[in-house]
Each structure stands twice: as structure tokens, then as C-alpha cells.
Design a protein around this ligand. Structure first.
Ligand code: ASP
Length: 325
């Protein structure tokens, strides 16, 4: 039987209460099954990761595409990136304001140009020359309400988020927690197809109250996502830490000698020695069809499926062995 495998993440952060977990895991399973279908029918790993991420962007349930968070100026600035392992072809798009599918903008850039990264407005203009794309208002009334509540909470703490960053980051996170606003929810996917090629993809709105213009790790090759002939990885969490540690590159490099899960755990040891914990989650796949998944945050919703599984497995976090007394 032809082999393939796919894994998706729905953002690292707090652990989801069971009431919230079920719809999130259902959506992740659905997107995983669709990606799996692409692979089963002989599609490429790149097709599969794009398709799965597209569905999560469309769902409005994650901090990506329709569901993306707002910046400190109450705008939306989406980022996405994707890559193929066999030739390290990659493309990413930054500051997308009114297209709910930055992952497909990145795919367009990868397929149709030689550029590896582009500003959203410029890219949309380039695409529109061929066929006009509908603009979508991604700043909804519900998001505006959440923004107001968050802005009040942050101001009460005596910090003015518009001007002071990243010193305000802990305040923002703390306020998000107290208000029950999801801290994370970025989405990503990795896959290996029947020909053995791998791919990775990520899509995000960044984080609530980010300064307009802030770029995280999600569109940065090597940091938030990476693939080469040894494997592929996609990360979620504190973007600045992923960039400083080049987390995904570090992990995939190790796959030359180790399996996906061992490589991921080794990458986390390096990350934590450098920058501490409670900052990241990763999904990965190696060239021998093995999946690796880990996070050092309380939770990371994720799902995976391989050619030997009839349906995807979805979980809100990686089960951990109880500590020895
Ligand atoms: N890594 C993303 C960022 O920093 C956020 C996330 O993964 O939730 O923009």
C-alpha cells in the first residue's frame, strides 16, 4: 500500500476546557481528513497542507483567516508561509488585510514567481491583474468587542499597548487569559506524500494587540516552518522565540540522523535552554513517514492521520507520562 502521513496543529497555548475542545478538535479532524484524502488520491504533500490550512482559515475558529485576531490598531494583518521539502521551494506572505486565505496567496507566489516573500497588498494587486479577487471584511463586530474589552484591561494595568511593545506582551497575555480570549490558535500542517516528498505550512493573525507591522515566525522559513528532503516541521507559540532559535530548521536538521519525535524533543531542549519554556508547540514528519508532536505550553490542539489509520486522531494536547514521585 502507498504510504502517506499528515499532521495539523491548531495553536499552542492554554489547555482547552472540554466544552471548547470538541468543536476545535472536530474542525481539526475534518481538515486532516481532507488533507489525507488529497494524499490518498496521489496528490502532493504541498497540495495537502495548503488544502488543510485553507479549511482552518475558512472555519473562523482559529487565529487565522476569518477568525484572525486584531492588532493594537484594530486592524487584521495575516501572515502565512509554506514550503516543499524536495527542492526547498518556499513562499510567504505578510500583512494580508482582506483576503481570508493567505495560504493560497503564498501558494500563488511559490508557483508563479521566483520571489520567496511578499507584502499582502502588493501580492493581491499582482494577482488581481489576472482575475479580480473579492475583498473580505475580516474585522467583525464580535472581534471589535473583544478588542475593546482587552484594551480596557490592558490600560487598567497602567500600560499603553500602542506604544510599548514587547514590554507589554506579558500584560496582554495575562489580560487575554483573564478575559478568556484565546492566546493562540494559529494553524499549521505538515505532510508526506506517496512519492516521499514532504511539505509544511502555517497561517496566523499573529497575536491580539500586536503592534501593526509586527512580523512573527509563521511566515519565516526556518523559524515557524521548514522542510527539506529529511522532513518538515511547523511551529506555533511565541513567534519571537521561534525566530531567535530557528526552531523548525533546528528540528528538521536533526532528522538526518533521528526520527521525527526524537528530533522534535531535542529541538525543544535547545529552545528551552536558550529561551525558557511555555513558549512553543511543533508538529513534524520525517522522510520515513514518522510523525513528531510536542509542546511545552499547557495545550496544543492537533490531529494526525497516516495511511495505516482509517480516521484521524485529534487531541487537545500531547499525553504526558505522570512524573515519578
Ligand atoms: N507564532 C505566532 C506568532 O507569534 C502565534 C501563534 O503561534 O499562535 O505570530
Amino acid at each position: 500500500m502507498a504510504r502517506w502521513a499528515i499532521a495539523l496543529h491548531g495553536g499552542a497555548g492554554r489547555s482547552l476546557a472540554s466544552r471548547e475542545a470538541s468543536p476545535v478538535l472536530r474542525e481539526l479532524s475534518r481538515a486532516t481528513a481532507e488533507g489525507a484524502d488529497v494524499l490518498r488520491r496521489g496528490g502532493t504533500a504541498l497540495d495537502a497542507v495548503e488544502r488543510s490550512v485553507y479549511l482552518l482559515e475558512e472555519s473562523g475558529m482559529f487565529n487565522a483567516g476569518r477568525g484572525a485576531c486584531l492588532t493594537a490598531s484594530r486592524t487584521v494583518e495575516l501572515e502565512a508561509g509554506l514550503c516543499r521539502g524536495s527542492d526547498r521551494a518556499t513562499a510567504s506572505v505578510l500583512r494580508v488585510t482582506d483576503d481570508p486565505h493567505p495560504i493560497s496567496l503564498a501558494r500563488f507566489l511559490l508557483e508563479r514567481t521566483d520571489m520567496v516573500s511578499m507584502h499582502g497588498d502588493a501580492l493581491e494587486a499582482l494577482m488581481e491583474r489576472g482575475s479580480p479577487r473579492p475583498r473580505t471584511h475580516l474585522v467583525t463586530a464580535d472581534k471589535r468587542r473583544r478588542w475593546e474589552a482587552l484594551a480596557k484591561a490592558v490600560k487598567r494595568r497602567g500600560s499603553f499597548v500602542r506604544n510599548v511593545h514587547p514590554k507589554t506582551f506579558p500584560f496582554v497575555l495575562d489580560s487575554l487569559k483573564r478575559l478568556g480570549v484565546e492566546r493562540h490558535g494559529t494553524v499549521g500542517a505538515v505532510a508526506i506524500d506517496t512519492s516521499g516528498d514532504v511539505a509544511a505550512a502555517n497561517s496566523t493573525g499573529g497575536h491580539w494587540m500586536k503592534l501593526p507591522g509586527r512580523i512573527g515566525d509563521s511566515p519565516i522559513f526556518g523559524a515557524g516552518y521548514y522542510a527539506d528532503p529529511n522532513g518538515a516541521a511547523a511551529a506555533t507559540g511565541v513567534g519571537e522565540h521561534m525566530v531567535r532559535s530557528l526552531l523548525c530548521r533546528t528540528i528538521v536538521e536533526r532528522m538526518a540522523e533521528r526520527g521525527a519525535q526524537t528530533a522534535v524533543r531535542a529541538g525543544f531542549r535547545d529552545l528551552e535552554a536558550m529561551l525558557g519554556g511555555d513558549n512553543a508547540g511543533v508538529i513534524a514528519v520525517d522522510a520515513r513517514y514518522r510523525i513528531g508532536i510536542w509542546h511545552n505550553t499547557l495545550g496544543m490542539a492537533h490531529a494526525y492521520q497516516s495511511s495505516s489509520m482509517r480516521v484521524p486522531t485529534a487531541r487537545s494536547g500531547v499525553p504526558r507520562r505522570p512524573r515519578k514521585p
